[in-house]
Design a protein around this ligand. Sequence first.
Ligand code: PEP
Ligand code: MN
Length: 340
Amino acid sequence: MECGATAEQVRQVLETLGSAGVRAQVQDGAEALHILAPHASKALKPDRLETMGGVRKVVPITSPFKLASSDSAPGRTIVDVRGVKVGGPGLALVAGPCGVESRDQLFATARYVAEAGVKLLRAGAFKPRTSPYSFQGLGLEGLKLLEEARAEFDLGIVTEATELETFDAVERTADLIQIGARNMQNFALLKRAGRSEKPVLLKRGPSATLEEWLYAAEYVLSEGNRNVILCERGIRTWSDHARNTLDVSVVPAAKALTHLPIMVDPSHATGRRDLVIPCARAGVAAGAHGLLVETHCQPEKALSDGPQALLPSDFLQLVHQCRAIHAVLREATVPTGLAF
Ligand code: PEP
Ligand code: MN
């Protein structure tokens, strides 16, 4: 819309789109107000809109990802998670145990996570497990403990929603709602997440292509939630030395296609403590906006994902090394006289 477009002109455009059966969204950016109208050209001729008062330009979005594609936004999306900006120039760190197991375990881990300067604590209260006989999480009790941890350590809470039945409860507690790899194409769950006021962390499915992943993000965006963060967590390959294979190149590939922020989870990508720090470093070097890392105060006693949980001292190493790599990438410039 034109800079000086009135609220009434915006309303008229929305009404025209609405009566043609197009679901439009208003994006009120710092520099301009955009109306995003996926597939509007199927219902209306562009000049029908272009001649309306207040309209500056009708720009066709050629990408199939009408809301996720880079050309649907003026710049990169920055998602604010309780004050932590994901997608901007900083490196966003999210850490914690795989699951909430007890107050003692959660608080002991949260304490050193906070001491390392990390502002977002992640732990599952509802755990999607490969075997039905494995620890399934503490459920609602786990959510309560996460709320206590937020108050005690001033940490934002990241936790997973695994099903529609418990979504509301997870949504109330979470500052960032995780949708797990196995649920990446659970379309009912994605649509519910799209109707949430809370930001969403969308993990990549274990065998999903980048295109399938972006369509999954599109499900969330098309319901009105613009705050989606992608998270690469390793994919299934024939390589059998690790749980999954970290797809490092998907980081720059995704950044070229979408304005959404992208994080890397080196813990589920490897399943092995000794591979987590090198893969975290690789993720940051490839340009990830943040990391999601599992750490446990006593990994040998963990009820899930113990073998990949970093010890407190290793976790501190990871934080320092990854921040250093990130700073180098931000600051490194070609010395004068060496430019071609
Ligand atoms: C987790 O984050 O603990 C988890 C189960 O991850 P993913 O969905 O990536 O397997
Ligand atoms: Mn886990």
